[in-house]
Design a protein around this ligand. Structure first.
Ligand SMILES: Nc1ncnc2c1ncn2[C@@H]1O[C@H](COP(=O)(O)OP(=O)(O)OP(=O)(O)O)[C@@H](O)[C@H]1O
Length: 313
C-alpha cells in the first residue's frame, strides 16, 4: 500500500495571468479525511480539479494513489469518486438508473451495478425513492444521490467539492452523518469547503487556503488552540474607547491578542479579572463569550473575516 493517497509538491496552476494555486505542498494519508478550507476564490476547486485530473497541472509534482496526475490520469480516474460543486445528475432518469448508467462508464456489469446501487441507496436513505425521477428530489436528496453515485466504482479516494453548499442545516447535518459512517470503510476523503463548521466536524486535518496559498495546516482543534486559544470575547467597543481599552488590557494580560473588537484569551489568562475591568471602565458596550473557532484562526492569519454566512454555519 502506498504511504500517501495524494502528494503535492510545489503545485502550481494559473489561468492566464491569474495565479489560482501558488506553489503549494500537501500530503494526504490513506484513510484520512482531509479538508481544504478557504473563502471564495482561494483556489480550492482548482486544487481538487488537478487531483481528479480534470485540469492539467502547470508545474510541480502531483501524485494520486502513487500515479502521476499528468502522465497517468486514466489510472487515477478509475480509482476516484468525484462529487463536483454543481449537481450533474441526469434529471430525466430515475434515481436507480442514474447509478446504473454511471457504473456502466466504469465497465461494471448491470447485475453487479444493480446490487451495488441498492446497497448505496439503502446506506443513503434513498431506497424508497429508487424509481423516482431525479428532478423530483429535494436538494439534500440530490446531493446524497451524487455522493452515492461517486461510490459506485468503489473508489479509494472520494473528492467532494463544497458538498453542502446551498443546503439547509438539516440536510447538511444529514450528509455529515453519512460521511462519518463512511470513514469506517477506510475511504480517503478530500473535501473543499467554505463552511468552517463542516471542516471542524468532518476533517482529521485541514489546510487553510487563501489567494492560492496554504496559510497553515493541522487538526482543526490544534489550529484553533495554536493560533487563538480556547475562549474568545467579542466586545462591542466604540472606536474612541479602543486605544484606552487596549492599553488597559496590555497591563493586565501578557501577550493578549485583539483584532478589531474581538479579544482572544488563552486558558492561562485571568479572564474574569479582565471582564470585571472592562465592565468597571464602561468601555465595552456588549460582551459575548464563546469558544474560539476556525473563523478566528482565519482572521488571525489574514486580518480579514471569512464572511458572514460562515459565522452561523
Ligand atoms: N476557468 C477559470 N478561468 C479563469 N479563472 C478562473 C477559472 N476558474 C477559477 N478561476 C479563478 O481562479 C481563482 C481560484 O478559483 P477556485 O474556483 O479554484 O477557488 P475556490 O476556492 O474553489 O472558490 P469557490 O469557493 O468560489 O469555488 C479565482 O480567482 C477564480 O476566479
Amino acid at each position: 500500500m502506498v504511504k500517501y493517497a495524494v502528494e503535492a509538491k510545489n503545485l502550481y496552476k494559473a489561468y492566464s495571468d491569474l495565479t489560482a494555486v501558488d506553489h503549494i505542498d500537501f500530503a494526504i494519508s490513506n484513510g484520512e479525511y482531509f479538508g481544504i478550507l478557504g473563502p471564495n476564490g482561494a483556489g480550492k476547486t482548482t486544487t481538487v480539479a488537478m487531483v481528479y485530473c480534470f485540469m492539467p497541472v502547470d508545474s510541480g509534482i502531483l501524485r494520486v494513489l502513487n500515479y502521476d496526475a499528468t502522465t497517468q490520469p486514466r489510472d487515477i480516474k478509475a480509482r476516484l469518486g468525484v462529487v463536483p460543486q454543481e449537481n450533474n445528475l441526469d434529471l430525466e432518469l430515475t434515481v436507480l438508473e442514474n447509478l446504473i448508467v454511471y457504473a456502466s462508464y466504469f465497465g461494471i456489469h448491470k447485475a453487479v451495478a444493480t446490487g451495488r446501487a441498492m446497497e448505496q441507496l439503502e446506506f443513503f436513505g434513498l431506497s424508497a425513492k429508487k424509481d423516482t425521477e431525479v428532478e423530483k428530489l429535494s436538494g439534500g436528496m440530490k446531493r446524497r444521490l451524487t455522493i452515492a453515485r461517486a461510490l459506485m466504482n468503489k473508489p479509494d479516494v472520494l473528492i467532494l467539492d463544497e458538498p453542502t453548499t446551498g443546503l439547509d442545516p438539516e440536510a447538511r447535518h444529514h450528509i455529515w452523518q453519512h460521511l462519518r459512517h463512511l470513514k469506517k470503510t477506510g475511504l480517503t476523503l478530500i473535501l473543499t469547503t467554505h463552511y468552517l463548521e463542516e471542516a471542524s466536524q468532518l476533517c482529521d486535518r485541514i489546510i487553510i487556503m487563501d489567494e492560492g496559498k496554504i496559510l497553515d495546516e493541522g487538526r482543526p482543534g490544534d489550529l484553533v488552540s495554536r493560533h487563538v486559544g480556547v475562549l474568545v470575547y467579542e466586545a462591542g467597543i466604540s472606536k474612541e474607547n479602543q486605544p484606552a481599552l487596549l492599553a488597559l488590557l496590555s497591563k493586565q494580560i501578557q501577550g493578549h491578542l485583539s483584532i478589531g473588537d474581538t479579544l482572544y484569551l488563552h486558558p492561562g489568562d485571568n479572564a474574569s479579572e479582565v471582564l470585571r475591568s472592562l465592565q468597571k471602565h464602561q468601555q465595552v458596550e456588549t460582551l459575548l463569550q464563546r469558544p474560539a473557532n476556525l473563523e478566528d484562526v482565519f482572521l488571525k492569519l489574514t486580518g480579514r473575516r471569512f464572511g458572514n454566512e460562515n459565522a452561523s454555519s
